[in-house]
Design a protein around this ligand. Structure first.
Ligand code: UFG
Length: 338
């Protein structure tokens, strides 16, 4: 079965391509290389023994998208990652985010709305919950006003898919709301390449430990948590990748109860920033240079998943620990700087 993975050379996309190929799917990747590299194809081939088909294409160009689907009229499913994802950048340049994240989604859905039976997996985020009132966060938690244009594109994206599914029974869509993805493939052939200064905690930690950054700033230790730092749910990217295969298989096997479903994808375990630092120091056997600074604007105190629906309904659960994720991220950092 032929599956299109948009953004398939990115951090999460590349890990999903590997898992799909391991399961025997025929993968075609579209990526505009705005935040990824063509060499990722080599890493994928080294792991799975198969070089996936790849087209450098910008999904904002509707004519190119139409032409692509004419040439690949046997695509049965799409896993859609291609999107801009930096919260701060989205505040500075909202139109880039709306154009890239919303238009691309619409053009893709237009291509499958008349297919007999189409599977669509959407890369969503726990950011849709905003400042959730209760922990852990269930899929029934209210969608709060978005904290950034990036977050808004994920909310709008879910609405676009839901509205489209409402009138197109032939489309089966599943939105996966990820918590905080970390780590790299155990083979260390693929991982994360943050562009410029990392915004996320784990790449900042590994880059500090390897000497690329002087010091990690811990954004606030006066939050109402046990050690005063914020709590997040760090999910290993390989576990996350497997959730996409589970979602696709659910759709293919027609096990879905509705033709639009959403699942939280996390571990269910909350870890504070200091927990992550301590775990990293242990696995790397090195002290990390960090200091506590002021809170970062926009951070929520706590966000971790209720994973019951993903466990019971999707039949998926996270297997890797925080330590596994940190160790693989550290090995990857050492490899790419080595
Ligand atoms: N943190 C630091 N220092 C850093 C980077 C992060 O202390 O240098 C802290 C943050 O304050 C936060 C935690 O580490 O408490 C995690 O921060 P990340 O930036 O790694 O992740 P976020 O939870 O802020 O961001 C994630 C996704 C975004 C998404 C957002 C929604 O990466 O895509 O959740 O809240 F939009």
């Amino acid at each position: 079965m032929k599956i299109l993975v948009t953004g398939g050379l990115g951090f999460i996309g590349s890990h999903v391509v590997v898992e799909l190929q391991n399961e025997g799917f025929d993968v075609v990747i579209i990526d505009n290389l705005s935040n990824s590299y063509e060499t990722v194809l080599d890493g994928i081939r080294k792991i799975s023994g198969i070089a996936p088909k790849f087209e450098k294409l910008d999904l904002r160009d509707k004519a190119l998208v139409e032409d692509f689907f004419k040439r690949y009229d046997d695509i049965s499913g799409i896993i859609h990652f291609a999107a801009s994802k930096a919260v701060g950048e989205s505040v500075k340049n909202p139109l880039l985010y709306y154009e890239n994240n919303v238009n691309s989604l619409v053009y893709l859905l237009q291509q499958i709305q008349h297919k007999d039976n189409a599977h669509f997996i959407f890369s969503s985020s726990c950011t849709v919950y905003g400042r959730a009132d209760e922990m852990p966060i269930t899929e029934n938690a209210p969608i709060k006003p978005a904290e950034s244009p990036y977050g808004n594109t994920k909310q709008i994206g879910e609405e676009i898919i839901s509205d489209t599914c409402e009138v197109n029974d032939n489309i089966n869509a599943i939105a996966l709301r990820y918590f905080n993805p970390i780590g790299a493939h155990e083979s260390v052939n693929i991982g994360e390449f943050p562009v410029g200064t990392p915004q996320n905690l784990v790449p900042y930690i590994t880059q500090t430990s390897i000497g690329l950054r002087k010091q990690l700033s811990v954004f606030g230790d006066d939050y109402p948590t046990e050690d005063g730092t914020c709590i997040r749910d760090y999910i290993h990217v390989v576990d996350l990748a497997k959730a996409h295969v589970a979602a696709l298989n659910r759709s293919i096997a027609k096990k879905n109860k509705d033709n639009y479903e959403v699942f939280n994808i996390g571990t269910g375990k909350g870890s504070s920033v200091l927990d992550v630092i301590k775990a990293f120091e242990k696995i790397s056997n090195k002290k990390l240079n960090y200091k506590i600074v002021d809170r970062r604007v926009g951070d929520v105190v706590s966000a971790y998943a209720d994973t019951k629906k993903a466990n019971d309904v999707l039949g998926w659960k996270a297997n890797f620990s925080l330590e596994d994720g940190l160790l693989s991220a550290w090995k990857w950092e050492q490899k790419i700087r080595g």
